[in-house]
Design a protein around this ligand. Structure first.
Ligand SMILES: Nc1ncnc2c1ncn2[C@@H]1O[C@H](COP(=O)(O)OP(=O)(O)OP(=O)(O)O)[C@@H](O)[C@H]1O
Length: 266
């Protein structure tokens, strides 16, 4: 069956902020990695985060996802103050993240990788329900399998579903990581250098999938070094330099910003 081409829907406008960072700073000993960073991301929009090496992008991602605590400032997500909330709890609220180095369970099949993205809600009755194969458990299992099939089709991975994830080339591992991240319909997706190491066609496809997610109301924040990808995929862009926000605006505004050109785009 041919893979359906995801349609790039327009951004959802007028939405309340889903993610809001206020005056976030981060120190590592004597190193100031971030200083007074504000960031607001609405549902159904794609926000790019760019800046030179060492600007603080990864640190900001770590703070948003809860891997690293901020030294100062607050993080609000989905109407909750999550500043002091664990990464696991943030994930339960609907936050998902991919990493600079694609992280897949290499020993599992492609479809089991995506299934793993759904498993963590628990099995509706636990081990006992499994042992007794209760109808509620069978229904849940069926729904999960259906969702996995849907996501694999959407990411163009259906024909590879039985293949070990570790045997996939990088481009398909990135798609698989995305498939696992979106299986549970996240509200916010954080993508760390999603096109790194991808061929042009793969990166184009990745961009289409991101725009399609946006059309479904998912907010996406992406750190990316490929400026062309950022310009065509993002609704708004935040430029970090030396740990501070240098500029924020639409791709056109960022492209025309002289300070940004000097510091980053050249
Ligand atoms: N765990 C740490 N301990 C000490 N310093 C750190 C730590 N993590 C990051 N830094 C420093 O914080 C600053 C920001 O680093 P960060 O990795 O967030 O930048 P980046 O924009 O993601 O860079 P790149 O584009 O190279 O990935 C750098 O000066 C870095 O050396």
């Amino acid at each position: 069956m041919p893979t359906p081409t995801p349609t790039a829907a327009p951004p959802v406008t007028g939405a309340a902020p889903l993610l809001r960072l206020s005056s976030v700073s981060k120190r590592f000993g004597g190193v100031r990695a971030l200083t007074d960073v504000d960031l607001t991301v609405a549902a159904g929009t794609v926000q790019g985060l760019i800046g030179p090496n060492g600007a603080g992008k990864t640190t900001l991602f770590d703070i948003i996802s809860g891997i690293t605590p901020a030294s100062e400032g607050t993080v609000h997500f989905a109407d909750h103050d999550v500043t002091a909330v664990s990464a696991t709890r943030r994930a339960r609220l609907g936050m998902r993240r991919t990493f600079q180095r694609a992280q897949v369970f290499s020993w599992l099949s492609v479809e089991d990788n995506v299934l793993a993205g759904l498993e963590w809600h628990g099995g509706g009755g636990g081990v006992l329900a499994d042992l007794l194969s209760l109808p509620s458990r069978r229904t849940l299992e069926h729904q999960r399998r259906e969702r996995v099939a849907e996501v694999l089709e959407w990411c163009g991975l259906t024909e590879l579903r039985k293949v070990s994830a570790g045997a996939l080339p990088l481009g398909q591992q990135r798609l698989l990581e995305l498939a696992r991240a979106i299986a549970d319909r996240p509200r916010l997706l954080l993508l760390d250098e999603p096109t790194s190491g991808l061929a042009h066609a793969e990166s184009d496809r990745f961009g289409e999938l991101v725009l399609s997610l946006r059309g479904e109301g998912c907010a996406v924040v992406l750190v990316e070094h490929d400026a062309a990808f950022v310009m065509r995929t993002c609704d708004r862009i935040t430029v970090l330099d030396l740990g501070s926000v240098l500029a924020e605006g639409t791709p056109a505004e960022i492209q025309a910003n002289q300070a940004v050109r000097d510091a980053y785009l050249g």
